[in-house]
Ligand binder design. Sequence first.
Ligand code: GLA
Length: 366
Amino acid sequence: MDSGVWAAPGRVNLIGEHTDYNDGFVLPFALPLRAYVTASVLDSPQWMVSSREEPGDATLTAAELVPGGVEGWARYPAGVVWALRETGYDVPGARLDIHSEVPVGAGLSSSHALECAVLTALCDLGGLDLPLEERPHLVQRAENDFVGAPTGIMDQTASLRCRAGHALFLDCRSMATEHIPFDLAAVDLAILVIDTKAPHRHTDGEYGVRRRTCEEAARILGVPALRDVTVAGLDAALGRLPDEVSRRRVRHVVTENQRVLDTVALLRAGRYGEIGPLLTASHVSMRDDYEITVPEVDTAVSAALDAGAYGARMTGGGFGGCVLALIDAPAAEKVGTAVASAFAEAGFTAPAAFPAVPSGGATRLS
Ligand code: GLA
């Protein structure tokens, strides 16, 4: 195969925030919004990348593929080529033309969608024998070591492995997955995604600070990761931590893991409408204990709940980005309008809202 078109989706995380790098549980689903790569093999070891949305076409040679050596959006495809080569794969030279529907900076994993589309394209073009289960780790290596964002394993696993009509229950320690049926339309419910337009940034450092606080707390508690602290053991664990900030961070992670398990139990029983309070409790925990929300997302959550949502929470890394709300399907416009009015009143940039249908993972289109 010499050429083709590949696509990989952005994601929302239904619940389980900042649990992935604590070896915990997450429950994302893929969006219908995707990044597309039109790719063809070149007969020399270079990678020509261009984007329909971003300026800065680049032609990269193997010698230029060093961490920190590529600027701008091109570092994402470059990081994937780099990680494949570092892992020992013979990556074919390729032309990669990229186009994406996933909004950048909205917390919907636009960078992972792009990376996963490029990875899938290069694996197919080069006939690379890279099992699906190992692909998320390779993308994580690109993000962590080449791009320099200390992100976890959730987003790329979602983009690569989600199935249409399902949420992906992922154990980030064992990497065991379960595709949980999540056909909301069948019960006349919907997940409304509200893009608050408050830009989020991982590289600003707060994400890394949270991560380090969790690792230090696990070290003090003598466990491999905060996943190993249970709700039953939480009070005792908190008593052993030296400061209030780390106590709050640990409380978020431990209770959030339990909320994922409780949500999964309800979904397995088909009791979709009952997960609302867990979603809202997750938001409160992110706001008060993990301290990663901003006024725009708190306003969106309150306005959605006031307008009748069963539950609402920020989704993704935080400090802006998107909120999701579980609503009656016919209420989408009413809830969207209520959030827009609250934003206008507060003087925030107008938000955007769209219902999110659980969609499939990375794939070849043609
Ligand atoms: C970002 C990261 C993920 C995860 C979430 C928070 O999306 O890329 O690995 O940590 O934040 O749940």
